[in-house]
Design a protein around this ligand. Structure first.
Ligand code: BF8
Ligand code: SF4
Length: 624
């Protein structure tokens, strides 16, 4: 493939992939090819290696074995594997959230130099939600007490996690009936690992309900904690302009990238690169300055708050190094390909891991803690500046010019843009100017042409007057395609165009990183509460067109558990059990009022979502 158009719709990806191959660099696309054909048993979810009586597999054609050594059939094996997938996703987000709790706690103790409380008003609001007193207490004392209260949400002292109360009454009653209210953030993940051990839960329905509870412990627990505490510590995002794609790299500057998910590390790097002494040092080495840019969700966190430019999403991470223009990449955790260090061997780029729980081949480990983060950030920035002198100018290739994009749509910012309440949005939905809203979220996956799923889907949704909210790698796809600037209203249907024009907002809103899917949940809950209906009655839908990650599976699960119809662009490994597949794609409707669909074609996916929204509007008696 000489022009690489089969791999990605993005010019920067196509051109840099060509350079990667000229430079002899292997990428995720190449490795996927080497893996093909991938294991059919695993694709169907019918292989099990939970214990060492196995590994076992079920013959999907009914001729070979129908039970594992322990006696588990396809339904049990598929449900157990799926539940473990959800548990891993929930654990990832929730452990990320826990790191924010730790920072908040240490800020309260005065043991986290460099970190402060950037949004004291939100600190007080969330403290009140947790029943923590705020009157006559310093911000630090409130921070400490709030952190302690949230720590209890992680354990088993409570009957239910705190933020679950944000859901509408009808939904909570349904969850109570189904016994899926999370009792503790860690408890539910731990329980799934227990249930799926050989010889514990062997009923596929019971396993899936436990997985639902685990996913809710993420959506209304770990992720929501991650979002709310990040806002308190680093500031609640406000809308503003920035830039996106590989063109954000600067040929004449020291380029430092931050990659991963937690803003705890990258915020301190942001502090260091703006230090006058560091800038002077960069100039003394012949650079015009220091350019900080993001990758993946760490990039989303920085773009949301500080409008730091974004170099790319998941499948761009290796290609970023291939530009030859990057002095360092500082990673925290999640979605960081273990190949990055190998790619960097061909260039001068230095890679740093920063978390005790995330170490990688060919990366230098510089451990960050709340106590030492500021000092460590300065150390790495200094080394990155020194590394500028090692850059081989002949190898530098920045393939495109950057594209403008808008970011920063926290719930507070959306309510602010609407003039202080959700009423104007509700009125626009009732009048049919906005037909409904859709979350378009998730990853890249080399099995799908990069960003094609996101961009085509979003284009069709907005053309049908459906307001889009994006998170994670979907943001980058939408941003690069010019869908997240106010001018993109021209691509929207007439009603959405009018509203976007009045408010000066894009028809596709960047609401944050993947933990910030909790912002979408908060909006859905607030809309349902304001109208007095359940979330499942609202004209809402969600999609993860290019998902790859266990975290995305968990997000999709808590979306459906919240009552939001969700379309997946990649098939989850469930087809080996007709019962599990049937439950996920239709049976859940009778249980949770929402279900999944799997549709790789974004045009058909948009139709499914549009039809669902029309159906919900009809049932609410709204004009179509
Ligand atoms: O948490 S969208 S590839 S970077 S998992 Fe990862 Fe997927 Fe990107 Fe953000 Ni979310
Ligand atoms: Fe095989 Fe059962 Fe062990 Fe799974 S748990 S590997 S199906 S024996």
């Amino acid at each position: 493939m000489s022009d690489y158009k089969e791999y990605s719709i993005c010019k920067d990806a196509q051109l840099t992939l060509k350079k990667a191959h000229e430079d002899g660099v292997e990428t995720a696309w190449d490795r996927l090819k080497k893996q093909e054909p991938q294991c059919g048993y695993c694709e169907l979810g019918v292989s099990c290696r939970i214990c060492v009586m196995g590994p076992c597999r079920i013959d999907p054609f009914g001729e070979g074995p129908q039970r594992g050594v322990c006696g588990a059939d396809a339904d049990i094996i598929v449900a157990r594997n799926l539940a473990r997938m959800i548990a891993s996703g929930a654990a990832s987000h929730s452990d990320h959230g826990r790191d924010l709790v730790e920072v908040l706690y240490k800020v309260g103790l005065g043991k986290a130099p460099g970190y402060t409380i950037k949004d004291p008003e939100k600190l007080k609001r969330i403290a009140t939600e947790y029943g923590v007193p705020t009157a006559d207490l310093s911000n630090e004392e409130i921070a400490k007490r709030l952190a302690e209260a949230i720590m209890e949400d992680y354990g088993m002292k409570k009957e239910r996690i705190t933020f679950i109360s944000r859901a509408p009454r009808q939904r909570i009653e349904l969850w109570e009936k189904l016994r899926v209210i999370p009792r503790g953030i860690d408890r539910e993940t731990s329980e799934i690992m227990h249930r799926t051990h050989m010889g514990v839960d062997n009923d596929y329905v019971s396993l899936l309900l436990a997985a639902v509870r685990n996913s809710l412990s993420d959506g209304y627990g770990g992720s929501m904690v991650g979002t709310e505490l990040s806002d308190i510590i680093f500031g609640t995002p406000k809308p503003g302009m920035s830039e996106v794609n590989l063109g954000v790299l600067k040929e004449d500057q020291v380029n430092i990238m931050v990659h991963g998910h937690s803003p705890v590390v990258s915020e301190m790097v942001g502090l260091a690169v703006n230090d006058k002494e560091m800038v002077a040092l960069a100039k003394s080495k012949g650079a015009a300055g220091i350019n900080l840019a993001g990758l993946c969700c760490t990039g989303n966190e920085l773009m949301m708050r500080w409008k730091i430019p974004m170099a790319g999403n998941h499948l761009m991470t290796e290609l970023t190094i291939v530009t030859g223009a990057v002095e360092s990449i500082i990673v925290d955790y999640q979605c960081i390909m273990p190949s990055l260090g190998q790619v960097a061997q061909c260039y001068h780029t230095k890679l740093y891991s920063t978390s005790d729980k995330a170490k990688f081949p060919f990366m230098e480990h510089v451990e960050f803690t709340p106590e030492n983060a500021k000092a460590q950030a300065y150390r790495i920035v200094k080394e990155s500046i020194e590394n500028f002198t090692r850059r081989n100018k002949l190898k530098v290739y920045i393939p495109v010019a950057p594209v403008k994009t808008m970011s920063g749509f926290s719930v507070e910012a959306i309510v602010g843009a609407l003039g202080g309440s959700l009423t104007p949005l509700i009125d626009a939905i009732k009048a049919g100017k906005i037909k409904g809203a859709a979350g378009v979220v998730g990853c890249n996956n080399p099995k799908i042409k990069q960003d094609y799923g996101h961009v085509e889907l979003i284009k069709r949704l907005i053309a049908n007057d459906i307001l889009v909210l994006t998170t994670g790698c979907a943001n980058v796809a939408a941003g690069k395609a010019g869908l997240q600037v106010p001018e993109a209203k021209e691509m929207a249907g007439p009603g959405l165009k009018e509203i976007c024009g009045l408010l000066g907002i894009p028809p596709s809103l960047h609401v944050g990183s993947c933990v910030d899917n909790s912002r979408i949940v908060v909006i859905a809950c607030a809309l349902a509460n304001a109208i007095g209906v359940d979330i499942a009655q609202l004209p809402l839908a969600a999609a993860a067109p290019e998902w790859y990650s266990e975290k995305a599976a968990t997000i999709a699960f808590y979306a459906v558990a919240s009552g939001i119809f969700t379309v997946l662009g990649v098939m989850p490994p469930i087809l080996g059990s007709k019962k599990v597949a049937e439950l996920a794609t239709s049976g859940l409707n009778n249980v949770l009022g929402a279900c999944f669909a799997v549709e790789p074609d974004p045009i058909k996916a948009a139709d499914l979502m549009k039809n669902h929204i029309v159906d919900k509007r009809k049932k609410l008696g709204l004009p179509i």
